[in-house]
Design a protein around this ligand. Structure first.
Ligand SMILES: C[S@@+](CC[C@H](N)C(=O)[O-])C[C@H]1O[C@@H](n2cnc3c(N)ncnc32)[C@H](O)[C@@H]1O
Length: 214
């Protein structure tokens, strides 16, 4: 399967300067909407636990939250392990204003991460890769900035469930195999599984977690 061609065939597959500005403005405007873009998350939610379990011990580790929004995941990890060096990258400067002190922030697009190769011990992206437009480029950037042996976790929505939610025109969801294929280009171990918010609730197929080791 040629993943580059598969993603390229979808409409709007190029993050033109105009589209990038539109996406940024849309999230800048949404930043004030605390109901739909909360700045906190219940640490018991399984997505949080799964990412932390996959990244492992965060003490002294440098970890990037890709498309961090208001940094709700990094906020929990900072509380759970104050010795972690947490970074949040987001296209929206307005979202970044909510990121708690002590977490490093950078404004930018995940398709052009402003970090050198192998800068991070690990990285994760929650419900943000689906907005990257140039998905293969974003995946290769995330993998580039993680050092060999580092861990990557991505949680996003399953393309087989497309239509269940209202989505902006640039958003893309992925099947388990699609994103596994992109990650396998850069990572030596890749797996995926359906997840739900609560560990004891059977996943309904909407959310998928992809876990990789570079
Ligand atoms: C649905 S929010 C999720 C935020 C956060 N990960 C969370 O779970 O709370 C999607 C985020 O992705 C950011 N985003 C969208 N496109 C991006 C891009 N190309 N590069 C970096 N961030 C992007 C948005 O600004 C927004 O903050």
């Amino acid at each position: 399967m040629n993943w580059r061609r598969l993603f390229a065939k979808r409409p709007g597959a190029q993050l033109t300067p105009e589209l990038r500005a539109r996406i940024r403005t849309s999230f800048d405007e949404a930043a004030g909407d605390e109901e739909h873009f909360p700045s906190t998350i219940d640490p018991r939610i399984y997505h949080v636990k799964l990412i932390h379990d996959h990244l492992g011990n965060l003490a002294g580790r440098r970890v990037l939250d890709v498309g961090c929004g208001k940094g709700r995941f990094a906020r929990v990890f900072q509380q759970q392990e104050p010795r972690a060096e947490l970074w949040g990258l987001d296209i929206s400067q307005e979202m970044l204003r909510y990121v708690p002190a002590g977490i490093h922030t950078r404004a930018g697009a995940m398709t052009e991460l402003p970090f050198e190769d192998s800068y991070f011990d690990g990285a994760y992206a929650t419900e943000s890769l689906e907005h990257a437009v140039e998905i293969d480029k974003a995946v290769s950037e995330i993998c580039r900035v993680v050092k060999p042996g580092g861990r990557i976790a991505i949680i996003d929505k399953n393309a087989e469930q497309w239509g269940r939610l209202h989505t902006p025109e640039w958003e893309k969801w992925f099947t388990r195999k699609e994103l596994e294929g992109l990650l396998r280009r850069h990572c030596r171990e890749v797996s995926s599984r359906f997840v739900s918010y609560w560990e004891d609730v059977e996943p309904d197929g909407l959310f998928v977690a992809w876990l990789a080791v570079k």
